[in-house]
Write a protein of this length. Structure first.
Length: 214
């Protein structure tokens, strides 16, 4: 596991973004852990999160020309990731969409740089894949192409079929999905810590039930 992935998991637990217990997901599954990226809600936390996005993007080696943040959560993530990339020596433009098209002033459905070239979508998690498909429609409507998607955590969990939403996107759209960390990374981090032994056991059992079939 790359050091930044270990550091990201520790950071998520420290910020209480990643919690352990019994939680019911929207799909009705009872999960032993819960990840809420909305709790990265301070300047310092967001700056650190952006650094992790930049590291994951650069480590992936995926070629891209600009970033796109789907409204609403993706807006601040794309903007902050662009700043973090600039600090790493990679200065790229970014854009995000409006939920409602503006019919006055500058008008249009986008704010930021014009969509062009290979566009990397930045979001928090990928559950049903709806936001990504909508983002790809916008990108392609402007004559650009999707380079991939970058998210914070890959839960490695099946949807209604044998594939996760992430694998579905990769298969159907032909683009990679990059994550800062995955469920396997989380389990690897927990493995060496006795105080999380029961949490690791519960997560392993959950993965056995709902994990992605490779």
């Amino acid at each position: 596991m790359a050091d930044f992935r270990k550091d990201f998991i520790a950071f998520c637990i420290e910020q209480k973004v990643l919690k352990f217990g019994r939680f019911v997901t929207k799909s009705g599954r009872t999960t032993p852990y819960f990840f809420n990226a909305g709790l990265f809600n301070s300047g310092a936390a967001l700056e650190r999160l952006a650094q992790f996005y930049a590291k994951a993007i650069l480590a992936s080696g995926v070629p891209f020309d600009m970033l796109f943040g789907p409204a609403y959560k993706g807006i601040v993530l794309a903007a902050s990731a662009a700043m973090a990339l600039a600090r790493e020596g990679r200065n790229v433009p970014f854009a995000f969409n409006r939920k409602e098209v503006k019919d006055h002033g500058e008008g249009g459905d986008l704010i930021g740089a014009p969509l062009a070239g290979r566009v990397l979508i930045v979001d928090d998690v990928l559950t049903a894949g709806t936001a990504v498909r909508e983002a790809l429609d916008i990108i392609e409507a402007h004559g650009a192409s999707g380079a991939g998607v970058v998210i914070s955590l890959d839960r490695m969990e099946r949807g209604q079929g044998d594939l996760s939403a992430i694998r579905e996107i990769e298969k159907r759209q032909g683009i990679p999905v990059i994550s800062i960390a995955s469920l396997d990374d989380l389990m690897g981090w927990l493995k060496g810590r006795a105080e999380f032994r029961q949490n690791l056991k519960a997560i392993a059992e959950y993965k056995e039930l709902y994990g992605v079939v490779k």
